[in-house]
Design a protein around this ligand. Structure first.
Ligand SMILES: [Fe+2]
Length: 224
């Protein structure tokens, strides 16, 4: 249950207090604590295809970003609140997972500025053999789009080996600019953003942590 699982975590202060989010380790040997049997048993009820973002990749994408090293996108000296994003990549009915898939992420720094000359806060990672990905970064700042600030967001491009690239954006619950942003308020089919607005809460190390599962077209493999 992709959707309800995320909702459970959003609504569970106990989960955050216990460090469940922060304890997640994306490996076959030690599956995440909250990966319950209901995920496999009831996938058809709640498996929702991840939508594109209305603004697409935006104007600040830079081609050929470097690989994210050791799952850390933001250097230790990067100003801002540390944050970990984790998730799993599923096929369209969530019956299978997609390993070894390129996930390309980029975002603004804490001051709302992109590095358009270099590759700071830009990078690519791969899902592991069970479809998990994670990276540590800082919470992005906001920037003006016309007369309004865009809500804080992280850009994603996900490219399954046998299907089209999904270009989208991830947002954060409680952001005061969500209600006025075109991309987060659209009801246009295929672009509606509610499943891409995630909760983040401090883990045991004091870093924000959030979960963003992605459902995308692709063949994938059986879950381990
Ligand atoms: Fe952006």
């Amino acid at each position: 249950m992709i959707k309800s699982r995320r909702r459970f975590l959003r609504n569970s202060s106990a989960a955050a207090a216990m460090g469940i989010i922060g304890c997640r380790q994306p490996s076959a040997a030690s599956p995440p604590i909250f990966e319950t049997p209901t995920v496999k048993d009831s996938v058809s009820e709640t498996c929702i295809q991840t939508t594109r973002d209305l603004f697409g990749e935006g104007p600040f994408y830079t081609q050929n970003p470097p690989a994210i090293k050791n799952a850390v996108l933001a250097a230790a000296q990067e100003p801002g609140e540390r944050m970990i994003i984790r998730g799993r990549l599923f096929n369209l009915d969530c019956s299978r997972i997609l390993p070894n898939t390129v996930i390309d992420v980029w975002h603004a720094n804490a001051a709302g500025q992109y590095d358009n000359a270099g590759y700071n806060l830009r990078g690519q990672t791969l899902t592991d053999d069970q479809g998990y990905y994670s990276f540590e970064t800082i919470k992005p700042g906001k920037y003006l789009n016309g007369i309004r600030f865009r809500p804080a967001h992280i850009h994603f491009k996900i490219t399954p080996p046998d299907s089209q690239t999904l270009t989208t954006q991830l947002y954060f619950e409680g952001d005061s600019d969500l209600p006025t942003d075109m991309a987060t308020t659209t009801t246009r089919p295929g672009f509606e953003a509610s499943e891409r607005i995630i909760a983040v809460a401090p883990d045991l190390d004091g870093r924000l942590a959030g979960e963003f599962d992605i459902v995308i077209n692709g063949t994938g493999i059986a879950k381990g």
